[in-house]
Each structure stands twice: as C-alpha cells, then as structure tokens.
Design a binder for this molecule. Structure first.
Ligand code: GLU
Length: 447
C-alpha cells in the first residue's frame, strides 16, 4: 500500500467508522487515483477524489407499512446522492436486508465511475431499504413501495435524481413507486427508469445489464483471439443480471453450467438454455430466494447445498449475485482449473484478495463498474427516449448498448495497459471513469 493510500484510508476509516464495504470500494479505487495524481497533479491539489468520496447529500427516512395481518413494521429508507458533476443523480434502489449506509455509499461510489464510463450524462446515486421482500405478498410489496415513495418523492425528479431498480426492485416495484410518485406530484415524467413498456419504459432495459456483461466479455476475449462460442460458463445468482447473461450467452453459443442462490448452487451439465432460462424468472417470482427447486425441474441437474459454484471447472466465471460473494479460495480454485476469464456481473462481488489472485495469474479480470454498466446505460437511453417522447426499436436500443459496451472496453483497455504487457482492466476502469467526472468538477469550481 502506497503512502497516499495508507494516509487516505486512515482518514476514511476514522471518518466513516464501521462502513467496511465503503472502505473496500475506496481502497480499490485509491490505488488508481494515486497513479493518476502522480500524472496529473492538478487533480491532487483540487482534492478531486477526496471530494468524490463524500456524498453531496444523504437522505435517510422512516418507512412504516402494514402487513396483511394489520401489523405495523418500520424499515429504514435511504438515498445517497453521490455526485452530480456530469448529470442528474442516477442509480438503483436496493431492497435487501444487507442494505445500510455503508453498502449504499460503496454502491453510489461505484456508480460514479460506472455512469461516467457509459459516456452518457449521468451523475451517480444509490438508495434503498433494509426491507426484505422474501415471502412478502404482492399487496405488502405495494404498501411498502408507496410508503417509501411518500418520502422519497421530495428529492427526486427527471432532471434532479432518477432512481431505478437493483436487487429486490424490478418492474413490479418500479410500477408501484411510479404510481405513487405520479399521485403525489400530479405529473407524468421520466423520474424512474425500468418502467413498463406501455408507460415510458425502454425495450431491452430488463435484459440490459446481463447483455452488457456478455458484450464486455466478448471484447476481452477478442484481445486474446478467443470467442464465446463453445465456452463453458459458471455463473452465480439467478436474478435479473444472471438471467440476461444466460440469455445472451445461450444466443452466442456458450454453455451456462451453474446458477446459485443463498441456499447453494445447481450444476446443469446439459446447459441452462431455452425454456430453462424462462424458468429462472418463475423461480425468482416465488419470492423465496432459493435456487434448489431448479434441480427438481430438470433431469440430470445436481444441487450442492451451501456451496458456491466456483469449484466447477469452467472457461469463464461470472459472479452475478452480490458484493463480496467471491473469495480468494474461489479465485485459487478457478485458476487451478485453468479458467481464462473472471468478469464481475454484480457490483464488487470479488474481494480485494480475490482480484489480486486473478490478475497476478494472468486470467482476464473484468471489473463490475465497467462490465455491468449496460443496465444504467440503457436507463440513460430510456431517459433520452422519455425526453423526446418517443420509443426506439429493440434493434436500435441493442445496437446502442453494444456500441456503449465496446467503447467502455476500449477505454478500460487504453488506460489499463501495463508496461509488462498485460491489461489491468480494474485500473483502466478507474482511470477512465475518474477523468470525465474530475474534469467536470474542475470546471465547476469548489462546490
Ligand atoms: N442498479 C443498476 C446498477 O447497479 C442500474 C441503475 C440504473 O439503471 O439507474 O447500475
């Protein structure tokens, strides 16, 4: 750890006690910032990164709601408005028991770099609640979303802050949130993304994060003269990102052999393809958050309780579930099994130690803030379509998404070149994402 990183981390830990995920995200980026500061001292004297890691605003509020038995529950709601240098705050809402200020600040910081990489005018934010949707009825979800919006509506707007979905928040929740916003404000605007197709949504938005991950991997493989066709791919999770990834991989001729949930993983040697991909959506819709029933649906599928999928030999591994789900032992197992590429589909799924192991062994290592930017990129395209009051075709949105992902890869590749010849995609994403926001902050003065 360099002197700069050490000093910064001492300050960050003292100022944000107990926020371990936030510390981790800062530390991962700080090593890159140290190199950038050496190259461009004007950013150092303007304390750009030191300003970037302090949210512009944090909103924290009470979310009371009634369950189906009439009992009152109280959750905590948040919106971290992180950075508006290049556009309105933009980023998802997460409903998950792990949500707290630390996890949302880490996600909002990642979002700053991710949104900048898309090359669209998107600032960064993140929000959500420690509400657990598991086992809740549709009416309970609706009442919760309405109560959440009863407070959040004061702070958001199509040119101020535009939330979207994330873990636990999909099309249904966005519908309830949008309905309540419209009721309170009496206006129909593009204040949320991920909306339904009949009321302002964009085609491809549900699939976009997963499709984007696969487009990014395609570009990484090209640098080694490889293609996706015929590759065996292990993925974790079975939510929105995993679903989009599986669909695009299937289309491009790769074979998905694992899925996972908090209960364990399933191994499907025949491949998760066709109708099996649709069954992921049905499984998710049960609200039980377990993947085991997938193994009962199809012959030859095995379920491994309490285990992670990275012990299965594969060519490509894509962690698509949640932060810090992928550890150093997982990285070691994959390297031993001659995996050629590990790409983060979720936000910061790999620990810092795991990343070190992957990179030092020469395995391609795709950072989430670059690879999973396709979701927010299509959210940006949804905002453009809303502003123009028109709708692009599937082909048009897909073409733009693919182009954006190719450009993101180009940026990471350009800034990630190392003297020893290998490409450090983590540094490339950090530097590419940093420069645009940093220049805007310099232009806009000390605010
Ligand atoms: N939650 C997604 C992300 O992590 C999408 C955010 C958005 O569309 O605003 O990037």
């Amino acid at each position: 750890m360099s002197d700069y990183v050490e000093k910064l981390m001492t300050e960050v830990t003292a100022k944000n006690p107990g926020e371990v995920e936030f510390h981790q995200a800062v530390e991962e980026i700080a090593a890159s910032v140290d190199l950038i500061y050496q190259q461009y001292p004007e950013y150092r004297s303007a304390k750009i990164f030191e300003r970037m890691i302090e949210p512009e605003r944090v909103i924290m509020f009470r979310v009371p709601w009634l369950d189906d038995q009439g009992e009152i529950h109280i959750n905590r709601g948040y919106r971290v408005e992180m950075n508006s240098a290049i556009g309105p705050y933009k980023g998802g809402l997460r409903f998950h028991p792990s949500v707290n200020l630390s996890s949302l600040k880490f996600l909002a910081l990642e979002q700053t770099f991710k949104n900048s990489l898309t090359s669209l005018p998107l600032g960064a934010g993140k929000g959500g609640s420690d509400f657990n949707p598991k086992g809740k009825s549709d009416l309970e979800i609706m009442r919760f979303c309405q109560s959440f919006m009863n407070e959040l509506f004061r702070y958001i707007g199509s040119c101020t802050d535009v939330p979207a979905g994330d873990i636990g928040v999909g099309g249904r929740e966005i519908g309830y949130l949008f309905g309540q916003y419209k009721k309170l404000k009496n206006e129909f605007t593009g204040v949320l993304t991920g909306k339904g197709i009949e009321w302002g949504g964009s085609l491809i938005r549900p699939e976009a994060t997963g499709f984007g991950v696969v487009y990014f991997i395609e570009e990484m493989l090209k640098t080694r003269g490889e293609v996706l066709k015929g590759k065996r791919v292990a993925i974790s999770g079975f939510g929105n990102v995993a679903w989009g990834v599986a669909m695009k991989l299937d289309e491009l001729g790769a074979k998905v052999i694992t899925l996972s949930g908090p209960d364990g993983y399933v191994y499907d040697e025949a491949g998760v393809s066709g109708e099996k991909i649709a069954s992921m959506v049905r499984l998710r819709a049960t609200n039980n958050d377990v993947v085991a029933p997938y193994a009962d649906l199809y012959p030859g599928v095995e379920f491994y309780q309490g285990k992670r999928p990275w012990e299965v030999p594969c060519d490509i591994a894509i962690p698509c579930a949640i932060q810090n789900e992928f550890h150093d032992q997982d990285a070691e197992a994959l390297v031993k099994n001659q995996c050629m590429c590990v790409c983060e589909g979720a936000n910061m799924p790999c620990t810092l130690d795991a990343i070190q192991i992957i990179q030092h062994s020469g395995v391609l290592c795709g950072p989430g803030k670059a690879a999973n930017a396709g979701g927010v990129a299509v959210s940006g395209l949804e905002m453009s379509q809303n502003a123009m009051k028109m709708m692009w075709s599937r082909e048009e949105v897909n073409r733009r998404l693919r182009e954006i992902m190719q450009k993101i890869h180009e940026t990471c590749y350009k800034y990630g070149q190392k003297s020893c010849g290998y490409v450090d995609y983590i540094h490339g994403a950090n530097m590419g994402g940093f420069l645009k926001v940093a220049n805007a902050m310099l232009d806009q003065g000390v605010v």
